[in-house]
Design a protein around this ligand. Structure first.
Ligand code: CAA
Ligand code: NAD
Length: 295
């Protein structure tokens, strides 16, 4: 049975992008947040993105209205019970995700595929908390979801081959390029990207160079679209901190250990762009200013 109805859980940075992308690809989407305030915040970022596409002339006003009509927000998890696939994009913390999957497992029919957008947590560990490890996989999108073409499709030893292929086809229908990978923490991209990002923090922490000079080095010297500290702010410092801890826990290699500065910034609530402050201050989002850091 082909996937038609898509449930998305979490309407933060990633969930809002996944919901938008699925609705634009013609799927009927229901997205769930924990409360109305966060739901409205996520939905309004989708509306802004769609409005920008209309302004640029890449989406007609009529198409925008159809996309909006296919997209429903809710705080009630029961409204996801008819989904053919549920894509979970909630906070990168295993207890939060496991509790959610316990609820979903009772609610959704046996045929529903569960897909986690986790960056680093074990898909197998999440799956074993449900009655359907065979219909459980990872679907790892990249930020910003409407723009980045890649999606990692993660198979565990228990994932059913037909459910896996169905999800690969679904990813293609979203306009993405799927890559196949197994269930080792960080999959392909974060295995390579996270040590690089953490090293950029260590370079700053060691006093070797300034925030702006580190970013310019990788942008202008290596052609990266964003410098590593800008990218860290973009991904979210809290999310990066959770990811680094999970990866260090699995590999026990110093290159995955979260630097002390990252921990301090997260403790201070400096979570990057989404909280208004990280390595840069986003009081004027179009003109971020490096934050003077004392360490
Ligand atoms: N949502 C939707 N669309 C967005 C967007 C957003 N948040 N931000 C930018 N865009 C769109 C713009 O509208 C623009 O579209 P058009 O080309 O149609 O006009 C396009 O993206 C380019 O944007 P800009 O011209 O404003 O800016 P840019 O050229 O600097 O590109 C960028 C912005 C695409 C984000 C680019 O800087 C980039 O590729 N950065 C690196 C992103 C990256 O590495 N992502 C992966 C993070 S790691 C991850 O996601 C995995 C994990 O588990 C942590
Ligand atoms: P975020 O903090 O922007 O959003 C997470 C959202 O989940 C929050 O709005 C929170 O209220 C919501 N949430 C928590 N529990 C919930 C529940 N039970 N039901 C509904 N909503 C709930 O985080 P994010 O950056 O969107 O990350 C979400 C997931 O995507 C994480 O697993 C992260 O590792 C992964 N991811 C993040 C990135 C990135 O660049 N930020 C990229 C790829 C994957």
């Amino acid at each position: 049975m082909a996937i038609q109805k898509v449930g998305v859980i979490g309407c933060g940075l990633m969930g809002s992008g996944i919901a938008q992308t699925a609705a634009q690809a013609g799927f009927s989407v229901t997205v769930r947040e924990v409360n109305d305030e966060l739901l409205q915040k996520g939905l309004s970022s989708i509306q802004k993105n769609l409005a920008r596409l209309v302004e640029k002339g890449t989406l007609s006003a009529a198409d925008r209205d159809q996309v909006a009509a296919r997209l429903k927000g809710t705080t009630n998890i029961e409204e996801l019970k008819d989904s053919d696939i549920v894509i979970e994009a909630v906070t990168e913390q295993l207890p939060v995700k496991r509790e959610l999957y316990g609820q979903l497992d009772k609610l959704c029919p046996r045929t529903t595929i569960f897909a986690s957008n986790t960056s680093s947590l074990s898909i197998t560990e999440m799956a074993t908390g449900t009655s359907r490890p065979d219909r459980f996989l990872g679907l790892h999108f990249f930020n910003p979801v409407p723009v980045m073409k890649l999606v990692e499709v993660v198979r565990t030893i228990a994932t059913d081959a037909a459910a896996y292929e169905e999800t690969i086809q679904f990813a293609e229908k979203l306009g993405k390029v799927p890559v196949r990978t197994g269930d080792r923490t960080g999959f392909i991209v974060n295995r390579l990207l996270v040590p690089y990002l953490l090293d950029a923090i260590r370079v700053l922490q060691d006093g070797l160079a300034s925030v702006v000079d580190i970013d310019n080095s990788m942008k202008l010297g290596c052609g990266y679209p964003m410098g590593p500290l800008t990218l860290l702010d973009f991904v979210g410092l809290d999310t990066t901190y959770y990811i680094a801890n999970v990866m260090f826990d699995e590999f026990r290699e110093p290159r995955f250990a979260p630097p002390a500065l990252l921990k301090r910034m997260v403790l201070a609530g400096w979570n990057g762009r989404k909280s208004g402050r990280g390595f840069y201050d986003y009081a004027d989002p179009k003109n971020p200013k490096p934050v003077p850091l004392v360490f």
